[in-house]
Design a protein around this ligand. Structure first.
Ligand code: ARG
Length: 275
């Protein structure tokens, strides 16, 4: 018998891909010589937004700015836990101005505890929240020093995880939280150093382990509300194991946004307002 699962209402921040393009390459998925179809990107993104709303979640929208094509990956702009907002500081110059746009949004929307970070961190790209921990990736983007900064700010134990595969440059490309009321995750071991794999095995002995193919379809770039797991539809191998665990997988087609190296989770920042 699978574990009974319950969805809880969520609040997300998303940014429409009105100015999406691939004009630079800061991860191995990006190829500036490949054309992108902006109207299709917008339609796919709207489908994801509307699915969240149909599931009863609230979606806030950040106004996209021209010249910031990666702003659609809203997960990177901040990390919000218990209503406390740790802003981002981007690793690449191309994305730097996104951080201020997010900080402005939080200040204008009544968030009292907003911190502009000292150290480089790309929001939920490298931070993931489980019941007991703040998991924190490093190796390609976030500075290891951002881990201590986040631990001090949120008062949650930070578990540093070393990413070693350039295609899985952010933690959210290699690991997804399935149940944040428990410590339930799925991940792709090969994206992590041997020591970090051992840490994940110890903390999450029952984790769902993704195959090479599902990781390569960016299947771990998923968002769960405790019951529904929205994930790239090409990650077909994950659907059955998710159902076996009592989850309802929902395949999403974000093929245009994959050209920037992101999918469902990258487009979705969770506003964990409540303590
Ligand atoms: N092109 C973006 C970058 O390389 C993609 C970010 C994807 N976001 C994520 N949360 N992994 O920065």
């Amino acid at each position: 018998m699978p574990t009974p699962r319950h969805a809880t209402p969520r609040r997300y921040l998303m940014c429409p891909p009105a100015h999406f393009e691939v004009t630079y390459a800061i991860n191995p998925w990006m190829d500036p010589t490949k054309p992108v179809d902006v109207p299709l990107a917008v339609a796919q993104w709207e489908d994801l937004r509307d699915r969240y709303r149909a599931l009863g979640h609230t979606v806030e929208e950040l106004i996209p700015r021209p010249g910031l094509p990666d702003m659609v990956y809203a997960a990177n702009g901040a990390t919000v836990v218990d209503g406390r907002v740790l802003g981002a500081r981007f690793a690449f110059r191309e994305r730097e101005p996104e951080a201020a746009a997010h900080l402005e949004w939080f200040r204008a929307h009544g968030f009292a505890h907003v911190r502009e970070p000292v150290h480089i961190n790309e929001g939920e790209g490298d931070f993931a929240v489980t019941a007991s921990y703040l998991l924190a990736g490093r190796g390609f983007r976030a500075s290891p020093l951002s881990h201590g900064e986040a631990q001090e700010f949120f008062g949650r134990p930070v578990i540093g995880l070393d990413l070693v595969e350039p295609r899985y440059y952010h933690l959210d490309t290699a690991l997804a939280v399935l149940d944040d009321a428990a410590d339930e995750v799925m991940y792709y071991p090969s994206a992590f150093s041997p020591g970090s794999r051992e840490v994940l095995r110890r903390l999450f002995p029952d984790a769902l382990i993704a195959t090479d193919d599902d990781a390569a379809a960016l299947g771990l770039n998923a968002v769960s509300d405790g019951l529904h797991v929205l994930l790239p539809q090409a990650a077909t191998g994950l659907f059955h194991p998710l159902r076996q665990r009592g989850f309802e997988p929902l395949g999403i087609d974000l093929s245009e946004l994959l050209k920037g190296g992101g999918s469902v989770k990258c487009c979705t920042q969770e506003l964990r307002d409540h303590a």
